[in-house]
Design a protein around this ligand. Structure first.
Ligand SMILES: [Zn+2]
Length: 127
């Protein structure tokens, strides 16, 4: 699990209320991830975490067969998901419990969270 700090706590712990939080520029409304202290589009420092819809689409996916971590069973699907909000905001995520053939580019997905203590890992599943 990631070490939580002032720059990532909103992302890893924000799911406690069932809502995904992503950094947003208060001036141009661009969402971005991961944390930056200013907006990459307009350079404004008026940025803060904001709730997002949690909906998006799969851009690409692959299957991992390598047992990188002993507590994570293989194989599992790794997917690149683009959120619906103005960005683009793209998250590399796991999709547990889905068949490999069902995860295709363009598939609509929504976020759900897997709790590990104080951390709520955002994962996605088809809608
Ligand atoms: Zn901006």
């Amino acid at each position: 699990m990631p070490a939580i700090n002032d720059m990532n706590g909103y992302f890893w712990c924000g799911g406690a209320d069932g809502v995904l939080h992503i950094m947003k520029c208060g001036d141009c409304s661009l969402y971005f991830h991961p944390y930056q202290s200013c907006c990459s589009a307009c350079l404004s420092a008026n940025v803060a975490p904001a709730p997002v819809s949690g909906f998006g689409k799969v851009l690409s996916s692959t299957i991992n067969h390598q047992p990188w971590f002993p507590h994570v069973p293989v194989p599992y699907i790794v997917a690149l998901v683009e959120l619906d909000e103005k960005g683009p905001v793209r998250l590399l995520t796991n999709m547990f419990g889905e068949s490999v053939d069902s995860i295709v580019p363009g598939l609509r997905v929504s976020v759900h969270f897997e709790q590990h203590g104080d951390i709520f890992v955002p994962l996605f599943r088809p809608v």
